[in-house]
Design a protein around this ligand. Structure first.
Ligand SMILES: O=C(CO)[C@H](O)[C@H](O)COP(=O)(O)O
Length: 213
């Protein structure tokens, strides 16, 4: 993992911000560099839609208005990090437990610019344990369903998401068909969101300040 590459990626994403935009903002240490750089454009944008309390605090500290997605309508741009990225720009996200709001904003955005360092690039998703946000009462049920599918569920004990839910990290999956797995898991009652971004992959990936093909 390279903090320098994270900084370069976060700062490079600024080039996609257009005057007057409302920018969707993800969560994590790479996006934190983007938010710091966005502060310089504060007077040229309308504001941001934030994916977490953590990013909201940082945006507000910089005087960037934080807007409600219900009031903004579709967004032109979403900038966020990832835990893994495959050659098709499909992602694993949720290491920071913000996956549900991240997924909502990604879905609402026309362009998703993903900012990563080179350690996140993989051929096959799944070495990073797959985060799944669950309604607390469904934790054991979801765990059993994951085990039936060959995964090892590990409860992220002590972590409560911004939505008041819990996170299960699934170890041991080499994900050959991310869209099929995402679709399958989304049918299990109690799962709020799966940290797989296959049906809505990134459009652009910046590894440091370099564009991924
Ligand atoms: O999905 C996320 C948070 O839920 C983050 O984007 C992901 O964990 C990457 O974080 P970082 O930029 O700190 O490496």
């Amino acid at each position: 993992m390279s903090n320098n590459e994270k900084r370069l990626a976060g700062e490079a994403a600024i080039r996609y911000v257009e005057d007057g935009a409302i920018v969707g903002v993800g969560t994590g240490s790479t996006v934190a560099y983007f938010i710091d750089a966005l502060a310089d454009l504060r007077d040229r944008i309308q504001g941001a839609v934030s994916s977490s309390e953590q990013s909201t605090a940082q945006l507000k500290k910089h005087g960037i208005p934080v807007l409600d997605l219900n009031a903004t309508g579709p967004l032109s741009l979403y900038v966020d990090g990832a835990d893994e990225c495959d050659p098709y720009k499909r992602l694993i996200k949720g290491g920071g437990a913000a996956l549900t709001r991240e997924k909502i904003i990604a879905e609402a955005s026309e362009k998703f610019v993903c900012v990563i360092d080179s350690s996140k690039k993989v051929d096959l998703l799944g070495k990073f344990p797959l985060p799944i946000e669950v309604i607390p009462m469904a934790r054991s049920l979801v765990g059993r369903e994951i085990a039936k599918r060959g995964g090892q569920p590990v409860w992220r004990d002590g972590v409560v998401t911004d939505n008041g839910n819990w996170v299960i990290d699934v170890h041991g999956w080499q994900i050959a068909d991310p869209a099929a797995l995402e679709n399958d898991l989304n049918q299990i009652p109690g799962i709020v969101a799966v940290g797989l971004f296959a049906r809505r992959p990134a459009n652009i990936v910046l590894i440091g300040d370099r564009l991924m093909d």
